[in-house]
Ligand binder design. Structure first.
Ligand SMILES: NC(=O)c1ccc[n+]([C@@H]2O[C@H](COP(=O)([O-])OP(=O)(O)OC[C@H]3O[C@@H](n4cnc5c(N)ncnc54)[C@H](OP(=O)(O)O)[C@@H]3O)[C@@H](O)[C@H]2O)c1
Length: 276
């Protein structure tokens, strides 16, 4: 897919949340790249950036052929701390630039009172500086809903390239997705399989049988046909490969509608009530 600054971003991305640091992470990342993923999504708070970097090096694929995303954690929001946090992520991963760096969660009123908006804008300024200094190629957001995105957009010099939000059948995030579209911001879908729970859904399984694919492939394809970029995690080689085969088939309009109509459900936190 293309970002609003002209850079390309490969779909799907390989997610690394909850992959424990160490051999499992090194091997999963190496396996993912060997299978054909060129986009790896990590974050400082996943505490596995060193292993992600090691997996990348063991893959033998040159750094410049890969797209690496990391995120500044909540404790490091604000201008100076964000600049330092990025430096640490670069050093832990073992790279001298990131393809995409995201503010992991917006500051909210529960944590910062009426300073929340200012904290988000300060953090964004740091990301803009990192882009200017070519330390990161693209800057983006994560878990920013329409209400958080608006103030950043109205004060930003650089438009965010992406917003990574919880997105799957049952959580369509229409208002945020529409705002992103109007501003050319790519929507990245986290937990596209609903952390695995949606794989058991009867509608998804029936449609998977209809198209001769697996439930996971159907859920990822649903994201793709909605013009979002799914980030999918697995530590199993056969699943890692399975999750890449999402461009050899398509879902009909009727199948898309049926999947979109699944009951509402959220697996992660809401950015306005998150206390971490
Ligand atoms: N920005 C944020 O705040 C945020 C929050 C959450 C996630 N994310 C990103 O999004 C990525 C994906 O989200 P996620 O890890 O929460 O959930 P997910 O990718 O929706 O689901 C992962 C779960 O599904 C299982 N799975 C994967 N492929 C499968 C397959 N083909 N068949 C059966 N089971 C399968 C995995 O198990 P096994 O590993 O055992 O195979 C794991 O339990 C994360 O890794 C992270 O990079 C970002």
């Amino acid at each position: 897919m293309k970002l609003n600054n002209g850079y390309e971003i490969p779909s799907p991305g390989f997610g690394t949340f909850k992959i424990p640091d160490g051999d499992i992470c090194v091997e999963s990342v190496r396996e993912a790249i060997a299978a054909g993923y060129t986009h790896i999504d990590t974050a400082a708070v996943y505490a596995n950036e060193r292993s992600v970097g090691e997996g990348i090096r063991r893959s033998g694929v040159p750094r410049e052929k890969l797209f690496i995303t990391s995120k500044v954690w909540n404790s490091e929001r604000g201008y100076d701390k964000t600049l330092k946090a990025c430096e640490k992520s670069l050093s832990d991963i073992g790279t001298d630039y990131l393809d995409l760096y995201l503010i992991h969660w917006p500051a909210n009123n529960l944590q910062f009172g009426d300073r929340a908006e200012a904290v988000n804008i300060d953090t964004w300024r740091a990301l803009e500086r990192l882009v200017e200094e070519k330390v990161i190629r693209s800057a983006g957001l994560s878990n920013f809903y329409a209400s958080h995105l608006g103030p950043v957009l109205s004060s930003a010099n650089i438009c965010p390239a992406a917003d990574q939000i919880e997105y799957h059948p049952g959580l369509l995030q229409q208002e945020t997705v529409d705002l992103c579209r109007r501003n050319g911001i790519l929507v990245e879908a986290w937990s596209p399989l609903g952390r695995g729970f949606l794989l058991e859904d009867e509608t998804v399984r029936r449609i998977a049988a209809e198209v001769g694919k697996t439930a996971s492939q159907v859920l990822l394809r649903w994201c793709v046909q909605n013009d979002t970029l799914p980030l999918v995690k697995s530590v199993h080689a056969e699943r890692i490969r399975e999750n890449l085969d999402i461009f050899s088939f398509s879902l009909s309009e009727g199948q898309m509608k049926e999947i979109s109509a699944l009951p509402e459900f959220r697996y992660g936190s809401h950015p306005d009530t998150a206390t971490f």
